[in-house]
Design a protein around this ligand. Sequence first.
Ligand code: GAP
Length: 492
Amino acid sequence: MTHTFKDLAIFLKKKGFIYPSSEIYGGLAGLYDYGHLGTLLKHNFENVWRDYFLNLNDNSFELETAQIMHHNVFRASGHLANFADPVVKCSACEFTERADHFVEKTTKQRTEGFNPEQLNHLIEKHKLACPQCKKTLAPVTSMNMMFPLNMGVGSTTTAYLRPETAQSPYVNFKLQYELQRKKLPLGLALIGKAFRNEISPRNLTLRQREFTQAELQLFFNPHLVDEHPEFEKVKKYKLRVLLEEDRKKNAVVERTPDELHKKGLPKFYLYHLVKIQQFYFDVFNIPPERFRLYQLDDSEKAFYNKYHFDLEIDLHEHGFTEVGGLHYRTDHDLGGHEKVSKQSMEIFDEESGKRFIPHVLELSFGVDRNVYSLLDLNYHDDKERGNIVLSLPQNVTPFVCGVFPLLKNKEELVALATNIFATLRPHVKCFYDEAASIGRRYARADEMGTKYGITIDFDSLNDQCVTIRDRDSTKQERVPIIKLREFLQKEI
Ligand code: GAP
């Protein structure tokens, strides 16, 4: 039997992964804290993301920037005018919900990108009423999702908490381009917080009001959008895509970049689509059938995109859920910043001898949704063992191994175990645990996602070997202490 969303939420709080923020005051909708294990897992995910995406190109760099930004940034980007969601309210009671989600849930018709008129039309057509008091619904309106802030004492300066990390690299572009010897493509990555006043925050960290994004903005020469030096190497790779034209069948079809190129998608875009799918398959072992690249149509695409595929993972209870996107934003943002700031964003590209505003390909990931997905897909309620097993990949799991003396009141065992722990600790993510029976400690380790349990028993004092227990198979093997580090590093 598969688990429910509720099972997972209870488990994540109990073990110290994720729980509501300010909970002793009743919490606040859409805000969550990561506990000791959740923080380790999230940081590990961010480090793996950094290693992978910053190394796709030898001219990519990471930035750390302010989260509160000038209001003109969002005039230029279009967020002040366009970054709004439709709201439906009851005319009689307190009921309020995001209108497209409400209509989609009740009519089972996909409504992504629908405007208030289209939603009002569907509400009338299906005679939808308030789900709480059954009275009439008020007409759908739209609400800007940014959080404004009043800066300074008695000041009237309005600034905004950024709704996406992306705008920071855009306003930094010109300076960074000069500093990085005027070379394209230039990658500017940012892992940081984004803030959105979501109308209906829900489902733990899947829809929050404050969340973390990991985004890479690739600034490139638009005349070279149909080129990538590595395209030949990836052109036969099988991408799991759900194209607009395959929607009716609701079928994911494996298509190669070569095929998709013939359908009009440019090579620079396709190369990165491959790298993204490989990130999920090769780095995190996501089962292929649980992953798809979902092409958005013109009415669904974000307002700044020319090409837009969502990266989706099939979660228990929720089904396919967007965890990121590959966005071809053209010169939408730099062009907007040029107009509003009156500073030229044009560059002279020495290699091509051309003058232009660079275009942007954005590789966008929601860190919290990705971390949630890893937890959801790797959570197993093992009835035989009588505990949860979190089979997280070793590159993200909070701890790769736990070190356990068989008995805590046997000085020689504790001395050897603490010694082994001290030797391993600088090299492998590990913890030491001597509390409760060894079976209980294995169960605790399984629930933390720890891949190996290392037990020091009485034989260890004589043969200088330890027992290593594997989380997934529960198989045990004896390994000489002297070879322990080598064993673990090889396994990792
Ligand atoms: N810079 C592009 C951008 O922000 P987006 O599709 O709006 O695009 C990117 O957001 C990713 O951020 C999403 O794919 C999702 O993983 C994550 N995300 C968006 N809204 C979120 C929310 N309210 N809570 C948690 N994650 C969210």
